[in-house]
Design a protein around this ligand. Structure first.
Ligand SMILES: Cc1cc2nc3c(=O)[nH]c(=O)nc-3n(C[C@H](O)[C@H](O)[C@H](O)COP(=O)(O)O)c2cc1C
Length: 204
């Protein structure tokens, strides 16, 4: 099959892209609501952009009523956010946190998730998270005439659960991926666990 995107509407294009660009990592983003409570939502149009400066990108659309999603509005207004990489064990609360809720309603409270202080971060992190990144807004770039905006975030601190640290030297940190046990997004309601891990040296 060869699909001409000029003949597809935005929903059809989303459906094909979301089912072919897989598996996608998920950014589970905690941001601060105007009332001081914490918003939480997952985003899989998410990528690392560069290491110097350390930047990630999440692409956020709008709510069905055309207003900004809470994460986007919060980051625009209050700049800081904490990006978690959800583990397989967090699949259900991560998915539940994607429900559209009114601005100011805290998914953290609704789902009864525990938070803990995050050294180096103004905002807390999810207590049982294995990876959390304290970020601040670097740049927001609206994309074309559509509802999406690219949010570039600068990472300031990275928390990694001690159980996943294999080696820590001045030169490198070696991390056990199976201890992070990340969940990946496929199309629609499908997710993937980490499969068999393959080690393959890069050519010179
Ligand atoms: C796994 C997963 C990935 C998602 N990825 C995105 C995404 O990349 N961009 C986006 O705008 N919405 C994405 N969504 C939908 C948002 O999570 C959803 O609209 C959420 O209600 C936004 O919450 P907020 O208004 O509190 O920011 C995703 C949902 C799920 C379950």
């Amino acid at each position: 099959m060869n699909i001409d995107l000029a003949r597809q509407n935005a929903a059809q294009i989303y459906s094909v892209m979301a089912q072919t660009i897989i598996p996608r990592p998920i950014a589970w983003v905690l941001s601060e609501n105007a009332n001081g409570s914490f918003n939480l939502a997952p985003f899989s149009y998410f990528a690392p952009i560069c290491s110097n400066p350390p930047l990630v990108m999440i692409s956020i659309s709008k709510k069905p009523d055309g207003t900004l999603k809470d994460t986007r509005a919060n980051i625009k207004e209050r700049k800081d956010f904490v990006l978690h990489i959800p583990s397989r064990e967090q699949l259900e609360p991560m998915n539940a946190s994607a429900a559209t809720m009114a601005a100011g309603v805290s998914e953290v409270e609704e789902l009864g998730l525990g938070l803990t202080g995050f050294e180096g971060s103004r905002l807390p992190r999810i207590k049982d998270s294995r990876v959390a990144m304290a970020c601040s807004l670097y740049e927001i770039k609206e994309i074309g005439k559509g509802p999406y905006a690219m949010i570039l975030g600068r990472i300031h601190h990275i928390y990694i659960t001690d159980a996943a640290i294999l080696e820590q030297t001045d030169e490198k940190t070696r991390i056990a991926p199976e201890q992070l046990n990340p969940i990946g997004r496929l199309g629609g309601p499908q997710y993937a666990e980490l499969g068999r891990i393959i080690t393959l040296a890069r050519p010179e």
